[in-house]
Design a protein around this ligand. Structure first.
Ligand SMILES: Nc1ncnc2c1ncn2[C@@H]1O[C@H](COP(=O)(O)OP(=O)(O)O)[C@@H](O)[C@H]1O
Ligand SMILES: O=C(OP(=O)(O)O)[C@H](O)COP(=O)(O)O
Length: 395
């Protein structure tokens, strides 16, 4: 696995695929710059070596050239975070871009326009990838968030850099964190899966049953397991067509010696709204007209004990409807438990969509070992897939 340290970038132009797909508000201001901050170590190392950086990224899912998706909106933020002047070109291929890249001096940074303004990017077009490849001497992939896409700039371009391609430090760190959970982590290894649906996590569950000692199934997806075992779940969300599968997962877990922990109680609400009436009830005795929306106190304690006994922890998916203040407590308490366990020496990885949002919203970002910068990319990694962006560097 080639990393930045395998190269000296002196007088070299690094063509770096970053994931600067960051959220913007209606004034086109960056509202969460995590992905830009996370790319800084790679860029700094290359500049310190005496090289220059050509940064390429997508932003959103534009249909052709659309001003609102221009990377010009984020150029100043990138400059601010890197602390180095950033040159910006209004295209990502073509004569102007080639001239700008050719005249780049050591220590300088060039930011290209949104790659997805060309449909060839997402189509993985070889000709488009070849044009990009002309811009740099060494290809660095640091875009973990987009590593599950076999696009021109994330995957196809790598074939033009035989022996001259490597992982950036962010991508290497993401790979390492996943490896810690899936392969090398200190036991006991715990995975906590929450969120809304069993169906979106099936492949992950089946893949990690071979890797973990404990599995907490929380959030909305727990109710499919509870109902499948004969529990009364009222109006709680449930995927009836996945009940058989839930029973099969419980059976597989037993065979594989994995201890599964399902909530024993829940906060039930009489309406799916923040000001609904609520009551604590046993998970398998939810009255008609009520639905489970958050972990109950006994479950929080149970999960706390499992988390504190674990040395390696993966967390994906909230334990309740955390977007509503009234039902955020279980997710916050789980965050507190993971923070405490991390302080005691456990390795904790948080990844995938809403759990990362929850971790940031409730201030746990610096209290866990690692927060992934990838949503879909992290979920696909946990499913056991080799991401095309990663495979292309290894080839
Ligand atoms: N008991 C519940 N009932 C309904 N929705 C829930 C419940 N618990 C969690 N959720 C919802 O699950 C969603 C996140 O699910 P999911 O997308 O699978 O997680 P992630 O994005 O972290 O992988 C959140 O919007 C949250 O409100
Ligand atoms: O933000 C991203 O994905 P994510 O929301 O799954 O983390 C990546 O930049 C990939 O974007 P895409 O899903 O439009 O290919």
């Amino acid at each position: 696995m080639k990393t930045l340290n395998d190269f000296n970038f002196e007088n070299k132009k690094a063509l770096i695929r970053v994931d600067f797909n960051v959220p913007l508000n209606d004034k086109f201001e960056v509202t969460d710059a995590t992905r830009i901050v996370s790319a800084k170590p790679t860029i700094t190392k290359i500049l310190e070596d005496g090289g220059s950086c050509i940064l390429m990224s997508h932003l959103g899912r534009p249909k052709g050239f659309q001003d609102e998706f221009s990377l010009k909106h984020i150029a100043a933020k990138v400059e601010d975070i890197l602390g180095v002047n950033v040159k910006f070109v209004l295209d990502c291929i073509g004569a102007d871009v080639e001239a700008a890249a050719a005249s780049l001096e050591p220590g300088e940074i060039l930011l290209l326009e949104n790659l997805r303004f060309y449909k060839e990017e997402t189509a993985g077009d070889v000709g488009f990838a070849e044009k990009l490849s002309k811009l740099g001497d060494i290809y660095v992939n640091d875009a973990f968030g987009t590593a599950h896409r076999a696009h021109a700039s994330t995957t196809i371009v790598a074939q033009f850099f035989e022996g001259k391609k490597c992982f950036g430090s962010l991508l290497a760190q993401e790979i390492d964190s996943i490896k810690k959970v899936m392969e090398t982590g200190e036991k006991p290894v715990l995975a906590i899966l929450g969120g809304a649906k069993v169906s979106s996590k099936i492949t992950i569950i089946e893949n990690i049953l071979d890797k973990v000692d404990h599995l907490i199934i929380g959030g909305g997806m727990a109710f499919t397991f509870v109902k499948a075992q004969g529990g009364k779940i009222g109006n709680s969300i449930c995927e009836d067509d996945k009940m058989e599968l839930a029973l099969d997962i419980l059976k597989q877990a037993k065979e594989k010696n994995v201890q599964i922990h399902i909530p024993v109680d829940t906060i039930a609400a009489d309406d799916f709204s923040n000001d609904a009436n609520k009551q604590v009830v046993d998970i398998n005795a939810i009255p008609d007209g009520w639905e489970g929306v958050d972990a109950g106190p006994k479950s929080i304690k149970l999960f706390h004990d499992v988390v504190l006994a674990s040395k390696t922890i993966l967390w994906n998916g909230p334990l309740g409807v955390f977007e509503m203040e009234s039902f955020a407590n279980g997710t916050i308490e789980l965050g507190n438990s993971i923070a405490e366990s991390t302080k005691n020496g456990a390795f904790s990885l948080v990844g995938g969509g809403d759990s990362v949002a929850a971790v940031k919203q409730f201030g746990f970002e610096n209290k866990v070992s690692y927060v992934s910068t990838g949503g879909g990319a992290m979920l696909e990694s946990l499913e056991g897939k080799t991401l095309p962006g990663i495979a292309a560097i290894l080839e």
